[in-house]
Design a protein around this ligand. Sequence first.
Ligand SMILES: [Zn+2]
Length: 277
Amino acid sequence: MSARSNKRHSASQRRRRRGTENDARPLERPLGRDRRGRVVFVACEGEKTEPDYLEYLDETFGPGTPDRPQFSLHPIAVKNGMRPTQTVDMVVKDAGTDEAWVLFDRDGTDRDADIQKALVTAAANKVEVGFSHPSFDLWLLLHFQAFTGAQSGRSTVVVERLRNSKATDAFRDYDKRNNKNVSAPARRDALRDNEQRAVDRARALVNQCEHGDCQAAKAKWDPVARSATKSSESRDRPSWQSWAARSGHAEHCPVLRRDPSTDVWRLLVTLGIATAP
Ligand SMILES: [Zn+2]
């Protein structure tokens, strides 16, 4: 409980530093050091791996280059993780009108109803969904090798491949004794400069989707305007199917059968870290 409080506390401290402690105030926030460039809030199901990874992206790519604009990522995570619906609720609360994403996984077969509900709420609030099937570990693995074959929600094979990768030794102990960090310098170094390969491989998985009508070329990642409160105008709200189709998967491709797949590549493309034709 205390760790959870600490996490939440640090998020609210960040907000305070930006002078936004009063939620009733207009959500026009002054640009400051914490609001460098594009501001993107990302709520994560996992408590460790995904927030670590987002911090890596923020520190490595956030400052920008002459060719790439600055951005600041604000990971949101809590001790012991969140259910998919909780990630959406949390980012809606914390992001205000800023860009908002969630990262969650299929991760077994016992939470399908919660995932479905999260997709509906995400669409209603224009929260981008970075869904991974079976897990975020697939996204890490794609930095080092391609991967195919349905996993029915189990990460065992993905994690094995990651540990035994010929491309890097940095993940040999990954997920042993809870060692799921991406903060270790060796792991960061291993990921670095493989972002474009991971994006290309993730896009290939969209094109290989067994559904047949799914095309990475149809994916979208343009920033969308978000209002602070959910629009009551139903015409302003995308259907959850069309919102989930921003992944490049067809509207009628069942999300829970996108196996294997990971939408995390769209976050890197929208931030300019990698490109997509
Ligand atoms: Zn599909």
